[in-house]
Design a protein around this ligand. Structure first.
Ligand SMILES: Cc1cc2nc3c(=O)[nH]c(=O)nc-3n(C[C@H](O)[C@H](O)[C@H](O)COP(=O)(O)OP(=O)(O)OC[C@H]3O[C@@H](n4cnc5c(N)ncnc54)[C@H](O)[C@@H]3O)c2cc1C
Length: 262
């Protein structure tokens, strides 16, 4: 048994092609918006993409382009705050972030896949990937309980030995065992792994989904591992896109947004 901690790695974020944006803006006479790049008022790609998607809606690159628009919000933070306030959340769906959620359990993965719109999931296959050891997360309060740890580690050690015995019994490492046989037996073997076995997945979500899931999954009623992981995701996102995640108040690990259900 290997004791592990759930970890979050941000592996991909949006990238704006400012030259293509400039070419489009020249077409519609909105180049002035991009001048903000030179003044360091743009440059956070996720936030810029959200602002760009929002401004296309009213052609509000500058006053007068749309005769109905006399005033535009120049300051990005102010503009995006208004998007959140107005719950104009569809513009946040253009920016997606991909995370490796490493050393998370199948308890976690069963729950995270319940969030469907705006997500993509690729999970380690325990039909293909054979378990020999059983990596396992113990929360701090469990680690303090000596009797619990003694019994739990003994149980996990026995389950690990059973995995190894099964692999030998099925002769999975003999030369020439076809992959479909290995898959068949590996899938049978995983039934004897606990739901808490640590595994991993790539989880991608757009900003609208991230805002909703960070709130839902850090709620005091949420399961403790998913709370821990979504707290980490919240910290990452607040650093990545402060104008879109700066409205949360965080108290005892609970993330409460200033604007809900955007
Ligand atoms: C504390 C907690 C306890 C839970 N306990 C259980 C449990 O005991 N058993 C269980 O089965 N599940 C449980 N769940 C899962 C829960 O029921 C949801 O399936 C899960 O949280 C996904 O969130 P969501 O419904 O907001 O949907 P998401 O997929 O995150 O969608 C976001 C939003 O989009 C809208 N939406 C999504 N899909 C649809 C749709 N098909 N039709 C209309 N609108 C849609 C809704 O407004 C939704 O809130 C629990 C969740 C939490 C946070």
């Amino acid at each position: 048994m290997r004791s592990i901690e759930p970890e979050v790695f941000l592996v991909a974020r949006p990238k704006v092609d400012y030259e293509a944006v400039a070419a489009y803006l020249r077409e519609v006479g909105g180049e002035r918006w991009l001048e903000k790049l030179d003044r360091d008022q743009l440059g956070n790609d996720a936030q810029d993409l959200a602002e760009f998607a929002g401004k296309i809606c009213y052609r509000s690159w500058e006053p007068g382009l749309n005769p109905n628009v006399r005033k535009v919000r120049d300051d990005q933070e102010v503009y995006l705050r208004n998007i959140l306030k107005q719950a104009h959340g569809s513009v946040l769906e253009h920016a997606s972030f991909s995370f490796v959620l490493h050393n998370v359990s199948r308890v976690f993965s069963h729950e995270v896949v319940r969030h469907r719109p705006g997500t993509a999931v690729s999970q380690e296959s325990l039909r293909f990937v054979r378990l020999d050891e059983l990596p396992f997360w113990f929360p701090g309060w469990a680690q303090q309980d000596a009797e619990l740890m003694k019994r739990a580690t003994a149980l996990l050690a026995e389950l690990e030995q059973f995995q190894q015995w099964l692999a030998g019994h099925f002769r999975l490492d003999d030369d020439g065992v076809p992959m479909h046989d290995k898959k068949h037996k590996t899938s049978f073997m995983r039934r004897f792994a606990p739901e808490g076995v640590a595994t991993g997945l790539v989880w991608t979500a757009n900003i609208r989904t991230l805002r909703h899931t960070i709130e839902a999954r850090t709620d005091p009623g949420a399961e403790e591992e998913i709370r821990l992981v979504f707290g980490k995701i919240g910290e990452i996102m607040r650093a990545e896109a402060p104008a879109l995640f700066g409205d949360y108040t965080v108290t005892d690990g609970t993330w409460i947004p200033g604007w809900r259900k955007v």
